[in-house]
Design a protein around this ligand. Structure first.
Ligand code: AMP
Length: 451
């Protein structure tokens, strides 16, 4: 999972890129980078580093990155792919043109394309999709970037959102299903492209609209032009519901759905269908907060901060070993004894993947004196891996793939366990039918091609 940003301005953009990706830090804490086209030098200047945005860049060095158009990226780690070489943007040149690219998504045929290109003599330095995309783009770029992007889109399958520098043009692309979010914003004469509206809004811009599935946007000479990937192929929107379940910030409005409202609705839906009498509602911070508010409002139960979160710990989900994952949960969340001792609590969290977080939390809440813990999950059981960019593990490691709800309850150690249904989740999403729910129902809009 990543966050991407593109800024086209009549002023130097380095600070905006920096602040913009800072606001999307939750989308990736492994590494970050910026690339800027310097019109005077006719070259792309860039910097990419492992680590958090605030650590990787010093604010006063940003003035050295000259240029009015740029792209930026934050990246989350996935096991085995956290080498510094995978850090984006990727920068290259081809037929005397400068190209640079950032991507958020996951191709279902990246290995196939990589092998095909390798047979033709291409060499790769990373295992990133973006490098594959950049090679294909460069190969078909003969002076018309829109044509090159269209041909590239014929080859690449699955999910992608791209921001590309092609000399003095900024290009934005969203795959034909719109799996991953991408928004277009404006601030005076400036155009902004971002994975989440927070980046546009904190820069003082205004969101104009979502980039459409299959849309190619080119901004050049201060003018924006929009193209369709194909005039005959009709894209079917399948944007990721998991963005609203967990990934995006509460203030995100992606594809006409606000994450906070959705989360509130999910909590309220669970409360409406409740048959347990409890003393209070406790969110698992931070992602459980909005749903716990929705639950408390609907049920009339008191909302309690029963778990204290260590603010200095990021998203700890992807640790290589089970032991490290368990320690990570303990460091991150600690029970607040006066709020839970002797109480029967409704604990609200967004999802169960491996079950590590929930199991660990129930144990510590019980040890801290909670009488009963009734776990309520605001997404359906995650039974299928995501092929489109959410880092869920293989099917074997997904608890719900091999356990019934009762078996999960027993494993986790809570008194009762309930998930929102797929129908409930769709109702909470205002009945919109434009979401990919494949991690819950196995209904994959694009077939996985790679083994
Ligand atoms: P697990 O401990 O494996 O059951 O993971 C579930 C917890 O991790 C939930 O509380 C979520 O808040 C969080 N989570 C779920 N999916 C992801 C993901 N793809 N990346 C990072 N964190 C996640």
């Amino acid at each position: 999972m990543s966050g991407i940003l593109g800024v086209y301005s009549d002023k130097q953009v380095s600070k905006e890129l920096y602040y913009g990706i800072y606001s999307m830090q939750h989308r990736g804490q492994e590494s970050c980078g910026i690339a800027i086209y310097d019109e005077e030098a006719k070259e792309v200047v860039y910097k990419k580093e492992k680590g958090l945005v605030g650590d990787a860049f010093k604010e006063d060095e940003l003035k050295n990155y000259k240029g009015n158009l740029g792209i930026a990226h934050v990246r989350s780690s996935s096991v085995g792919h956290n080498h510094v070489a995978n850090t984006q943007p990727f920068v290259g040149s081809c037929r005397n043109r400068n190209l640079a690219i950032v991507d958020n998504g996951s191709l279902v045929n990246a290995n196939y394309l990589r092998e095909t290109l390798e047979e033709e003599g291409f060499m790769f330095q990373t295992n990133s999709d973006a490098e594959v995309i950049l090679h294909i783009l460069a190969r078909y770029y003969k002076g018309d970037i829109v044509e090159a992007v269209k041909v590239t889109m014929d080859y690449i399958k699955g999910s992608y959102t791209l921001a590309i520098i092609c000399d003095d043009s900024l290009v934005a692309v969203r795959d034909p299903h719109g799996f991953r979010s991408l928004l277009l914003g404006k601030k005076g004469n400036e155009y902004l492209i971002a994975s989440e509206n927070s980046a546009i809004e904190i820069l003082g811009g205004e969101v104009i609209r979502d980039v459409e599935p299959g849309e190619i946007i080119v901004i050049k000479d201060g003018e924006l032009k929009s193209y369709n990937y194909s005039d005959t192929y009709k894209p079917v929107k399948k944007s990721c519901i998991f963005e609203h379940v967990y990934i995006a910030r509460n203030d995100a409005t992606l594809d006409d759905l606000n994450a906070y409202e959705f989360r509130i609705n999910c909590g309220a839906y669970l409360a409406k269908n409740e048959d347990v009498k409890a003393d209070c509602v406790v969110p698992v911070p931070d992602s459980g907060w909005a749903s716990a508010i929705g639950y408390a409002n609907e049920s009339g139960l008191q909302l309690s901060e029963g778990l204290v979160k260590n603010r200095y710990v990021g998203r700890t989900f992807i640790k290589p070993t089970q032991e490290e994952r368990e320690i990570a949960v303990r460091i991150k969340l600690n029970p607040l004894v006066p709020a839970i001792k002797g109480k029967s609590i409704i604990l609200v969290d967004d999802s169960i993947v491996r079950g590590t977080t929930s199991k660990q939390l129930i144990k510590s809440l019980k040890e801290a004196g909670a009488k009963e813990v009734h776990l309520r999950i605001t997404s359906p059981p995650v039974k299928y891996p995501c092929y489109y960019g959410i880092d869920t593990p293989t099917r074997e490691s997904l608890l719900a793939a091999s356990h019934s709800v009762e078996e999960m309850r027993e494993y986790i150690g809570c008194d009762t366990l309930k998930f929102i249904s797929i129908e409930g989740m769709k109702e909470a999403a205002k009945g919109m039918n434009t979401f990919c729910t494949s991690c819950f129902d196995g209904d994959y809009p694009v077939r996985k091609i790679d083994k």
